[in-house]
Ligand binder design. Structure first.
Ligand code: GLC
Length: 603
């Protein structure tokens, strides 16, 4: 009997049993498949179920990770270490990782975060335009560069998994996640899925800043009736495939390593329990070889009752979900799944398939060889280079919708400009949801350049720029008035707008105050979607859709002053009235501005 435990494992080559002293799976010269099989052969049921379990950082200790063999940790939106600094994130990550490596098989955790427009939970990170703005650029290479910059900042804090991109096709602008969509037609999210190449690199694990991307939310999240978040997408299978499946085909072609399941339903059946769509379509037909993760407590929704039951757990596992985002109830999940396996209601083959998928991505990422933060990249968080890229993206995302008499671009010299509006000098408002906190918030929440600061920086020394949030103080001596108005931050269902979709009373009053002076009024709309402004538009001299630009507000000024010509094109049809929703290209309705519309400057 050898001193070492001798494990007989079927080699992948000829099926011949080979002696495995238990470290062969750590040999980086071996094919990934071989390493996975050798590791899997050594794992207990507890270790396999642990790999399928993802806990939220605030509900788990390092000891828990070691004791329960947890395979993954996440930060929910706004779940951050104290202090919220890149170094503290890296220390937190490394602490959890050390705990994972204290297990007998030393399987590292993979740590997921929503870096959906930059590493947006981290104070000081570069916040890029939200996806609706990037869709307006029609620039896949720009999206790829943004993905690479985001991955650098995420990797610089240790984390190795980005719950992005959202490849939703937002069909009803009432939906609170419209701004997470690159556009209303499937070709746009498909085209902009190039961000995956940036996040993962040309090969997963091919560089220290290659992290795992996530195509989400599978499938049909943007097509629910009434635009209700987590609602019901009522479509034929042909329509579901034509509109909502297409971007996932593109993502899989790019080698996306994970897919997140949607909270929504398809014709009344929750996606989290949908074996046909997850196993038959995504895994078999589309040949997705990465792993599937649930959304936040997504399995709780299968039966429509709070919490999860053994039936919901086995339904979701047997449907083909591989890893479970069970932020707080992860212990109950582990116990329940173990009982379902022991009772024979979840086959071991399903547990092994999930583990093969998860372990394959961990090995490809190089987590076994490079488990800790590469601190060389910590300094990239919020770097001047990344901010310059973000400013360029902001400028390219601007869509000029009206420019009466060529009031734009503004002269930089000898000008007298009045700026007003609640979104003119507010980093939080111009960044939108998923910024520092889950919902985002108004105010100076993170370092950056507000749109007002950008205007001041761009106007020449011989010009005057006056700011008054509500427009008080304007008079006829000014040559132009800029009203920066629109929406305040929101995320997910908090942003659903089942009722009116126009400007609020504060914004309308501000614009009216400016108009009363007789000065030409330029409206800059900071919003996560098209708004119902047709009745107001005739009273405005110009309209610029700025979307949710993020920290680099100077990109908006670049367009206002003509430093950069506006080239943005609408990623979403602009309604004439909220009563038209949903309104999309080719549906026969007459919009205020059609999909693809956008003006530029003549000179
Ligand atoms: C949220 C979102 C999903 C996100 C996840 C983790 O509910 O639906 O997009 O990745 O939870 O924060």
């Amino acid at each position: 009997m050898l001193g070492l435990i001798t494990i007989l494992t079927l080699s992948l080559t000829g099926g011949a049993a080979v002696a495995d002293t238990g470290t062969a799976w750590q040999d980086t010269r071996r094919p990934v498949k071989d390493r996975v099989e050798r590791l899997l052969a050594r794992m207990s049921l507890d270790e396999k179920i642990g790999q399928m379990t993802q806990a939220e950082r605030g509900s788990v200790t390092a000891d828990d990770i070691t004791r329960y063999r947890l395979g993954s940790v996440l930060s929910g939106g706004g779940s951050v270490p104290t202090p919220n600094t890149p170094e503290a994130w890296a220390d937190m990550y490394d602490g959890f990782q050390r705990a994972a490596l204290a297990t007998p098989l030393r399987i590292p955790i993979i740590y997921g975060v929503d870096a959906v427009h930059g590493h947006n939970n981290v104070v000081g990170a570069t916040i890029f335009p939200h996806n609706i703005g990037l869709g307006a650029t029609r620039d896949p290479e720009l999206a790829r560069r943004i993905g690479a910059a985001t991955a650098e900042e995420v990797a610089g804090t240790g984390l190795d998994w980005d719950f992005a991109p959202c490849l939703c096709v937002a069909r009803n602008d009432r939906w609170g996640r419209t701004y997470e969509s690159y556009g209303e037609v499937p070709e746009l999210p498909s085209q902009m899925s190039s961000i995956i190449d940036g996040i993962q690199g040309h090969r997963l694990g091919g560089s220290p800043t290659s992290i795992l991307a996530t195509a989400k939310h599978y499938v049909g999240d943007g097509g629910t009736a009434g635009g209700v978040d987590q609602g019901d997408t009522r479509l034929s299978e042909a329509e579901l495939r034509r509109v909502h499946l297409l971007p996932f085909r593109a993502a899989i072609k790019r080698g996306v390593g994970s897919v997140m399941i949607s909270f929504s339903s398809w014709n009344g059946v929750k996606l989290h329990g949908h074996k046909y769509l997850i196993t038959d379509v995504l895994k078999r037909e589309l040949r997705f070889s990465g792993f599937v993760i649930s959304d936040w407590n997504g399995i709780d929704q299968i039966d429509g009752q709070p919490g999860f039951t053994p039936e919901e757990v086995r339904t979701a596992v047997n449907a083909g979900i591989d890893m479970f985002m069970v932020p707080q109830e992860w212990r109950a999940f582990i116990d329940t799944l173990k009982a379902e396996v022991r009772a024979g209601r979840v086959p071991m083959s399903r547990i092994d398939d999930a583990n093969r998928r998860i372990l394959t991505k961990k090995i490809e990422l190089g987590l076994f060889e490079r488990p800790f933060t590469d601190r060389r990249y910590t300094r990239t968080v919020g770097s001047p280079q990344h901010r310059a890229l973000a400013r360029q993206a902001v400028a390219k995302s601007q869509v000029l919708l009206k420019n009466k008499g060529g009031v734009l671009p503004l002269d930089r010299r000898d000008n007298k400009i009045f700026v007003a509006g609640k979104n003119a000098d507010d980093i939080g408002n111009q960044s939108g949801g998923w910024t520092i906190t889950w919902q985002g918030s108004s105010g100076p929440i993170t370092p950056g350049t507000t749109i007002l600061e950008g205007i001041r920086q761009t106007a020449g020394r011989s010009s005057t720029v006056t700011y008054s949030k509500d427009g008080t103080g304007i008079d006829g001596s000014y040559k132009a008035a800029i009203a920066v108005v629109g929406e305040t931050p929101y995320a997910e269902f908090e942003g659903d707008r089942p009722g009116a979709m126009g400007l609020d009373a504060e914004d309308l009053a501000t614009i009216e105050r400016l108009r009363a002076s007789g000065v030409p009024v330029i409206v800059v709309l900071v919003s996560g979607r098209p708004l119902d402004i047709a009745a107001e538009l005739p009273k405005w001299d110009a309209l610029l859709a700025a979307w949710l630009p993020g920290t680099e507000g100077r990109g908006v000024a670049d367009v206002l002053f003509g430093v950069t010509k506006p080239t943005g094109k609408l990623p979403s049809t602009w309604m004439k009235s909220a009563s038209q929703q949903p309104i999309n290209r080719g549906d026969g309705q007459k919009p205020l501005f059609p999909f693809g519309y956008g003006l530029t400057y003549r000179k």
